[in-house]
Design a protein around this ligand. Structure first.
Ligand code: NDP
Length: 483
């Protein structure tokens, strides 16, 4: 049996009250490791220590903080192959995606390393004579980071990096499905020149340790990525303590394909957007809104493309789609396939459990044709390698369909018309909009977030993150008479 990996509690690697097994979704006979689960007392202890450590950290010089973030980023980037392999092994995304995710996580740290030196305030004259005003940002205190399994390293990093850069302590509760990537990142952070207990790892179940964390009055801010129901519960808990909260949740992103589109480009974007990461992305293209003049040609190429995609073990050469993350998620996906058929959608290909040489959670990529936007499969986030084609008669109908959802994270249009691209960019009700690009795949130096049920609170990433991880102080100074 492998050794159990511990939590980082009050600056020390500590065994918890129980442990969980982590198995490879590409091959469930592969036991990746055992991971401890934190107790309520350990959570309290680490919160005690975090408050003391945060005060120390806030007093570090800017270059000292910058060096810490830079070192974390550089190590993640230089170990992208090794840590990407671990990530792909436990999450199931193909190795190229796992490696790319770890490298990107490193870039979040190097970006925010630079931001530590760019924390500029504002100054102004008061309306009162002889009085000056200084406006600057200060850390909020202790930040709870709750992250999902689908981007276990990147999502955590785009929260942890700005939290540390702006002078906060961090208590991180990662998803229990991907603890190995969490321990790897925590080990890197723990080795740096930081006060003992500034950064905590509290692995444990969401319902237990996650819930205790978000209910704690000693947390000053909560950054969460995950599902809408859990997000709503966290918001309800946070408001009891007036804790600030930032949440990125699900979506139902649409890619509009116009009659003037480059069809091969449209198909490539749709396949990558729908099936990248096995469809388990909050930015996945799960609705393909297609103009009727190109519908049949697009559908034919799309189905052929989906059927040609290679499903396989995440670490095998040539794999384009890895397994679904868990057996539970696979069962839910298959329920959606049944529901789609019951609703009258035509399953043109895929959508089935696959028997493979390895015992994993494999599913073929599925395309639904002849769907309506009011079907449940087009209303709810499925988080599956499934996508639906919705036929529309005009650009106006396409835009209305894209916007007819309670979510609003990303949307895209494929068109050669500048007029349509511009109108779409300005009228799509999503936080991110793309033109002739996939709905998935964003940069780290600009804001990320959505509207409606997709997001709540300030934007993440880029300089926008300062809004959440800092609080503004306005100082009035009367210098008096120098004479
Ligand atoms: P959850 O929302 O359940 O989990 C996200 C994170 O929140 C995990 O770390 C989880 O811990 C934690 N958590 C769960 N319950 C609580 C709680 N009461 N208090 C505090 N933290 C909690 O998502 P799942 O991983 O179960 O995925 C379910 C669905 O969520 C997916 O099918 C998908 O639709 C959506 N999802 C969306 C994501 C996105 O990027 N928008 C990312 C992941 C999921 P634990 O792992 O222990 O449960």
């Amino acid at each position: 049996m492998p050794d159990t990996k511990f939590n980082l509690i009050a600056g020390s690697w500590t065994a918890g009250v129980s442990e969980i097994e982590n198995r490879n979704p590409s091959d469930i006979t592969d036991l990746i490791g055992l991971f401890t689960q934190a107790s309520a007392d350990q959570l309290e202890a680490t919160l005690d220590r975090a408050r003391i450590a945060q005060a120390d950290w806030a007093g570090y010089g800017l270059e000292r903080k910058q060096a810490v973030l830079m070192a974390i980023g550089a190590e993640l980037m230089s170990r992208a192959e090794e840590l990407g392999t671990l990530l792909s092994r436990e999450e199931g995304k193909p190795l190229a995606e796992g490696r790319g995710e770890v490298y990107r996580a490193g870039q979040f740290f190097t970006y925010y390393a630079a931001e530590t030196l760019r924390q500029l305030g504002e100054n102004a004259d008061s309306v009162r004579a002889g009085v000056e005003i200084d406006v600057r940002r200060e850390p909020v205190g202790t930040v709870a980071v709750i992250s999902p399994w689908n981007f276990p390293t990147a999502t955590a990093s785009w929260k942890i990096a700005p939290a540390l850069a702006y002078g906060n302590a961090v208590v991180w509760k990662p998803a229990n499905l991907t603890p190995a990537s969490a321990v790897a990142l925590a080990e890197i952070i723990d080795r740096q020149d930081i006060p003992k207990g500034l950064f905590s790892l509290v692995m444990g179940s969401g319902a237990d340790i996650g819930q205790r964390l978000v209910e704690s009055p000693r947390i000053d801010a909560i950054s969460f990525t995950g599902s809408v129901p859990v997000g709503k519960g966290i918001a309800a808990a946070a408001i009891q303590n007036l804790t600030r909260v930032q949440m990125e949740m699900g979506s139902k992103n649409a890619l509009a394909v116009m009659d003037d589109a480059d069809l091969d480009l449209a198909v490539t974007l749709a396949l990558g957007g729908a099936f990248g990461g096995t469809g388990q992305k909050c930015t996945a293209s799960s609705r393909l809104v297609v103009h009727d003049r190109v519908h049949d040609a697009f559908a034919e190429k799309l189905v052929a493309g989906a059927q040609a995609m290679k499903v396989g073990h995440a670490l095998e050469d040539g794999t384009q789609i890895g397994p679904v993350v868990s057996d539970r998620q696979l069962s839910e996906n298959l329920d959606y396939v049944r529901l789609g058929k019951t609703e009258g959608a035509e399953l043109a290909c895929g959508g089935a459990r696959l028997a493979m040489p390895h015992d994993g959670h494999y599913m073929s990529p599925g395309v639904f044709l002849n769907t309506r936007n009011d079907m449940t499969i087009n209303r709810e986030e499925m988080f599956a390698p499934l996508t639906s084609v919705i036929k529309v008669g005009s650009y106006d109908e396409a835009l209305a369909t894209v916007n007819d959802t309670r979510f609003g994270l990303t949307s895209g249009i494929v068109t050669r018309s500048l007029a349509r691209a511009t109108h779409f960019r300005r009228n799509a009700r999503t936080g991110v909009v793309t033109v002739n690009l996939p709905t998935a795949g964003t940069d780290y130096h600009v804001p990320f977030g959505g509207r409606g049920d997709s997001s709540y609170g300030p934007r993440e990433q880029g300089r926008a993150a300062a809004e959440f991880y800092t609080t503004v102080k306005t100082a009035y100074i009367s210098a008096g008479n120098p004479a």
